[in-house]
Design a protein around this ligand. Structure first.
Ligand code: FMN
Length: 173
């Protein structure tokens, strides 16, 4: 789905989507998506535009604390759209989830295989978000086409964070 209703998502939708992406499922800290060696190399950022009770802005997900923290305040969906080769699904979505990898977390154990493992995991997490979106009567699209450096700058990522996947979510038409 690449076209959405102009109606905000609820904060509860965001919470549920994040749980599907990286929720903690047991006392050992295991999560809703599989991770090679349970090393969890992914960081998730939100670019929120139209979400009830959440100011527009960029947020970093703090999975262990079950919270999100603001990175920047203000609606940057148009800038993200530009970074994503003008794909309008990004400008119009209520929110976009950005999955980013920190490869060294996996490389310490798996060496060269870290890159493929992180990418496989991003696929699992993305799928969880997409399936959860459907279960909430929402819609999503998986986006891999974007300018890495522009997204890196816009989300104010750390030097060792690599953006992999953008997943805009909204209410289907
Ligand atoms: C790795 C990957 C990258 C993708 N990148 C984009 C993208 O940049 N823009 C887009 O509109 N769709 C993107 N897609 C979605 C595909 O275009 C879409 O899944 C495909 O056309 C099949 O349509 P369906 O998923 O609605 O069945 C991507 C999908 C994958 C798996």
């Amino acid at each position: 789905m690449r076209h959405w209703k102009d109606k905000p998502l609820e904060l509860e939708d965001i919470s549920q989507l994040l749980w599907a992406a990286q929720g903690i499922t047991d006392a050992r800290g295991l999560r809703t998506a599989p991770s090679a060696g349970a090393l969890y190399p992914l960081e998730i950022y939100l670019v929120a535009g139209r979400v009830s009770r959440l100011s527009a802005g960029v947020y970093r997900c703090r999975v262990l604390q079950h919270e999100i923290s603001a990175v920047t305040v203000g609606d940057v969906r148009r800038d993200l759209c530009q970074a994503a080769l003008q794909q309008q699904s990004v400008a119009k979505a209520s929110v976009t989830f950005a999955l980013c990898a920190v490869y060294r977390r996996v490389a310490v154990k798996y060496g060269e295989r870290a890159v493929r493992y992180a990418h496989m995991e991003a696929g699992h997490v993305a799928q969880n978000i997409c399936l959860q979106a459907v279960a909430l009567n929402l819609a999503s699209v998986a986006i891999g086409a974007f300018h890495d450096r522009q997204v890196h700058r816009l989300l104010q990522l750390a030097p060792d964070e690599t953006p992999l996947y953008l997943i805009p979510v909204g209410r289907p038409l």
